[in-house]
Design a protein around this ligand. Structure first.
Ligand SMILES: *Cc1c(COP(=O)(O)O)cnc(C)c1O
Length: 376
């Protein structure tokens, strides 16, 4: 194995990932033994920063038969990594480059009449038939055919000679907000859209709607498949809680590269935002905003060193940060846990997100490309 040069690494526990996949499947089968929904395992954005190739293969190993990613390029990368399961593309298709759909056997989402025409034309040129998922916009107002005029917008797509409707889906804007009424509104609109499809003679094989939050929150929107992303990586969308037995997948850790003493009144970091009010020991940790660590952690967040919380002080710099280790007897080489467990304490992505006013999805997606992923 190649020698690791940088001390900051993201350890990705593929065993935990697989166990999360199985825990989700177990939950679905326990809650709905008859007509249990299938799973669409979401691995977009480099599998939420965990590494699409390894994660895709591991999920396939664990039994996933349908993975989803954002665009054709991500789908091609999964194929190049040896993934053989069906791959659904969620995002809008760039009309100029549809070859990948055919070359890599990817299943497109069609979310507009224009995309429908482009994909139909590409399939006709190749004299191939292509299965697709139809996306309905029930209130997110992002991608998808509007729910309220399908009888006008869909017939042309449904007549496409070379396209077969495999599934129909929608996406919730507020599944993680128990106080929002839009969730129920979207659910009703989706039911209406399904009825309209029926009137139009469309017979999709299956329907899906639930991201992680909706999966956790409301079995009524499980339909025939659910689409967890965050749950697979061991995180429950805040503020929800779940009884599904999930294990954290990513640990972000580093090592102290230097320790130094500051006198009372001295400052550290850009902007001199932290001034020592007493003799203070700080540890320098070689991870900064170029590695995806948020500037707002300075003065708010902490890292774990010697089993204790060491507050991040001063400023998060491009390549390093400073942590207050006064009284911890820290030395160069000590392990620093940025996300994960050390001793009896844990800082998870959900806590880090909460600390800086972000969301756990963003925390893991932003773990930088400079950081080596180590798989176990
Ligand atoms: C990202 C995504 C998901 C998964 O969302 P999580 O909140 O991570 O579970 C599901 N469906 C679609 C359409 C998505 O884009």
């Amino acid at each position: 194995m190649a020698e690791r040069i940088r001390p900051t690494v993201a350890r990705v526990d593929l065993g935990a990932l697989k166990s999360n996949y199985r825990a989700i499947v177990d939950h679905l089968s326990r809650e709905r033994p008859v007509g249990m929904p299938g799973v669409i395992a979401v691995v977009k954005a480099n599998a939420y920063g965990h590494g699409a190739a390894q994660v895709g293969r591991a999920l396939e190993d664990a039994g996933a038969d349908l993975l989803a990613c954002a665009d054709i390029e991500e789908g091609a990368a999964l194929r190049a990594a040896g993934v053989r399961a069906e791959i659904l593309i969620f995002g809008a298709l760039s009309v100029s480059d549809l070859d990948g759909l055919f070359d890599c056997r990817l299943t497109p989402t069609i979310s507009s009449p224009g995309a429908a025409r482009a994909v139909q034309a590409a399939a006709a040129r190749r004299t191939q038939r292509l299965r697709y998922h139809l996306k309905i916009d029930t209130g997110m107002n992002r991608l998808g055919f509007r729910f309220d005029n399908l009888r006008r917008t869909l017939p042309e797509l449904l007549r496409s000679e070379n396209l077969d409707l495999d599934a129909v889906f929608t996406h919730f804007a507020t599944a993680d907000d128990p106080a929002s009424s839009l969730f129920d509104e979207q659910r009703r609109r989706f039911d209406q859209a399904l009825a309209d499809l029926n009137v139009l003679g469309a017979r999709p094989r299956y329907r899906h709607a639930a991201n992680s939050a909706a999966l956790v929150r409301d079995p009524r929107v499980w339909f025939d498949r659910v689409r967890p992303g965050l749950l697979l990586y061991g995180m429950v969308p805040p503020p929800l809680t779940s009884t599904i037995a999930l294990a954290p997948v990513m640990t972000l850790a580093s090592r102290v590269t230097a320790v130094k003493g500051m006198r009372a009144g001295e400052v550290t970091g850009y902007g001199a935002r932290f001034a020592a009010t007493r003799p203070t020991t700080i540890a320098i940790v070689p991870a900064g905003y170029a590695d995806g660590l948020d500037l707002r952690l300075a003065g708010r967040g902490a890292v774990l060193i010697r089993g204790r919380r060491a507050p991040i002080v001063g400023s998060v710099c491009m390549d390093m940060l400073m942590a207050d280790v006064t009284g911890l007897d820290a030395s160069p080489g000590d392990e620093v846990v940025i996300i994960g467990r050390q001793g009896s304490d844990t800082i998870d992505a959900r806590e880090m997100a909460d600390t800086i006013g972000s969301i756990p999805w963003e925390i893991v997606c932003r773990v930088g490309s400079r950081i080596e992923r180590v798989y176990a």
